[in-house]
Design a binder for this molecule. Structure first.
Ligand SMILES: Nc1ncnc2c1ncn2[C@@H]1O[C@H](COP(=O)(O)OP(=O)(O)OP(=O)(O)O)[C@@H](O)[C@H]1O
Length: 550
């Protein structure tokens, strides 16, 4: 995007914000005189939606700004602890109720990927979209080959271009703010935008999303907590994905869940279990768990299960990070901030020269007010966020995967508390984490790790005699060539000694000859010394070893 179009887009963003009067929603203390002056200088951009409530205005503004802002709104909608119910409800509407795009464009995009007419593979393709979301649009159809009801998810036209342009603008603004705030600022908007960039770009390849969906589905095939729809892999492309159509109640529709008598406590607890299972058992977690992607099955309301969609953004952690994260949770649940600070160092998240006492003190400042509350009132996602922020002050670069995880925890927690406000994350998570830790250390863990390696060894075992023979042969050849090298080296050393000895002798004789010449004592003696010195020098020179590699 050129500089001019960047400026144009920046103006558009500001204009939309002001047209929806979002500046009026800022608290007075956040609007210093220069902000008010700047606002007045843009007097022609008036609030055109005075009659609408704040939440609705924010929703409409984000919607008009496009996918990048819509996703941001979705992220916000889960934070019921930060937003009023009315605002959260409005932002939750962003999830799958974005105005649809022309179905002819959708048809053209689908057929371009399939390289065939829709009717050749599907019956009853519905031109009216089932849902129209920020990145894609979803149409229903029936698969000709097996008569199954499916959905076709197709990317919005030009969505990549729009997203990249917006990200560039966001990143330019963030860098500008960064440099205005100086190096000591806690906000680091550029870092936030970079994280967000990685996340949102991952959503733009539906082929990748299809692969993620298959992997997550396989992890939960036998689960009574999560169902992931079947994906028709051979009908998936970068801009198109075909999968089983699911039926369920959107998790944010609490009224419908209550109406069918869903056990909300069980549902909230299952959400927490799912988070820990994905992170610790599978090390592959859904990192975009906003309510628009989660449905609840209508079957068995007393022991309900979730249905998960949209696996565009998935996270994984390294083994070490997973282990330290688990310990971190346990230390946190045990209210041991000394251990928390220590774990940051042990895990390598903090450099060894960090002022540990100061860091521990900072961790204490974050954790102590939390520890005074009952566990069911603590937001763990929020605490983790604060810990990462503290870590940043100590120049710790928190890896994007951990940030992704922290956001997921925020979602899960927001969702869980929305379903069941008394949700005690600790009671639900503790047994899981303790069991996991027990599996990681001790003889049982060693045994299970050895068991994990078993298929590898059973695969390699038949090759073992051949490998031993090859290695012995290699060893023998190596020994032979080493012996040759040693002989050559010794000969070289010997020649070098002889040559040095002769050259030194010749130098002595030449010096003696020169002295005898100057003394005018015996001319024949001086001549003999010089001649002998010259001959010996020649011999020494000739016997020099040649420079060679061994
Ligand atoms: N397999 C499916 N069966 C039934 N409905 C589906 C299915 N997949 C998607 N949908 C509907 O389409 C909506 C959008 O799908 P999805 O979340 O995958 O799209 P998206 O563009 O990635 O959206 P966002 O990024 O806003 O989450 C879902 O909220 C759901 O209502």
């Amino acid at each position: 995007m050129s500089f001019v179009s960047s400026i144009k887009r920046a103006y558009q963003v500001v204009a939309i914000f002001l047209h929806y009067g979002l500046d009026e929603l800022l608290p007075k203390k956040m609007t210093p005189w220069y902000f008010r002056l700047w606002r007045r200088s843009l007097f022609w951009l008036r609030n055109k939606h005075k009659n609408k409530a704040g939440g609705e205005r924010l929703k409409l503004a984000l919607q008009e700004l496009g996918p990048v802002y819509i996703k941001f709104g979705q992220m916000l909608s889960t934070r019921r602890d930060l937003l009023s119910d009315e605002w959260a409800y409005e932002l939750a509407m962003l999830q799958d109720r974005v105005p649809p795009f022309d179905s002819q464009l959708a048809r053209a995009a689908i057929e371009a990927e399939l390289k065939a007419p829709i009717e050749s593979l599907f019956d009853d393709f519905d031109d009216k979209p089932l849902a129209s979301a920020s990145i894609s649009q979803v149409h229903t159809a029936t698969l000709k080959s097996n008569g199954e009801r499916v959905v076709l998810k197709v990317l919005r036209p030009n969505v990549e271009k729009q997203i990249l342009a917006d990200l560039l603008l966001m990143s330019q603004t963030a860098h500008l703010i960064d440099s205005l705030l100086g190096s000591g600022n806690r906000l680091r908007p550029a870092e936030v935008v970079d994280d967000y960039r990685t996340t949102i770009l991952g959503e733009l390849n539906l082929k990748l999303e299809a692969l993620n969906t298959v992997r997550l589905r396989n992890n939960f095939l036998d689960s009574n907590a999560l169902y992931i729809p079947y994906v028709y892999e051979d009908l998936c492309y970068p801009r198109l994905m075909v999968m089983e159509r699911i039926e369920g109640i959107p998790v944010s529709d609490i009224a419908a869940l209550k109406a069918q008598g869903t056990n909300l406590q069980r549902l909230a607890e299952k959400g927490v279990e799912l988070f820990f299972t994905q992170v610790f058992r599978d090390n592959f977690f859904h990192a975009d768990m906003h309510p628009g992607n989660i449905f609840v099955s209508r079957e068995n309301p007393q022991d309900p299960h979730y249905i998960g969609l949209d696996c565009g953004i998935m996270g994984t952690l390294s083994d070490t990070d997973t282990r330290y994260l688990a310990e971190n949770f346990l230390a946190f649940f045990n209210r041991d901030y000394h251990r928390i600070a220590q774990l940051y160092v042990e895990s390598g998240w903090v450099s060894a020269d960090t002022d540990m006492q100061a860091f521990e003190q900072a961790v204490k400042v974050v954790c102590e007010p939390m520890f005074n509350k009952p566990l069911n009132q603590i937001s763990f996602g929020h605490v983790l966020l604060e810990l990462f922020r503290t870590a940043r002050e100590f120049h710790i670069i928190v890896q994007p995967q951990l940030v992704l995880l922290e956001k997921t925890l925020l979602y899960i927690e927001g969702l869980g508390r929305q379903l069941y406000p008394q949700l005690d994350l600790w009671q639900t998570a503790k047994p899981f984490l303790e069991q996991w830790m027990a599996q990681q250390v001790g003889p049982k863990a060693m045994f299970s790790k050895a068991k994990k390696q078993l298929p590898y060894w059973s695969d390699k075992l038949p090759e073992l005699p051949e490998l031993i023979y090859d290695n012995l042969k290699l060893g023998r050849n190596l020994l032979g060539s080493q012996q040759q090298m040693l002989d050559r080296y010794l000969r070289h050393q010997q020649r070098s000694h002889t040559s040095n000895y002769l050259l030194i002798t010749s130098a002595v004789l030449l010096i003696c000859g020169t002295i005898l010449f100057t003394q005018d004592v015996t001319l024949w003696g001086a001549n003999a010394c010089v001649i002998a010195g010259a001959i010996i020098w020649l011999l020494g020179w000739r016997s020099r070893p040649k420079i060679r590699k061994f």
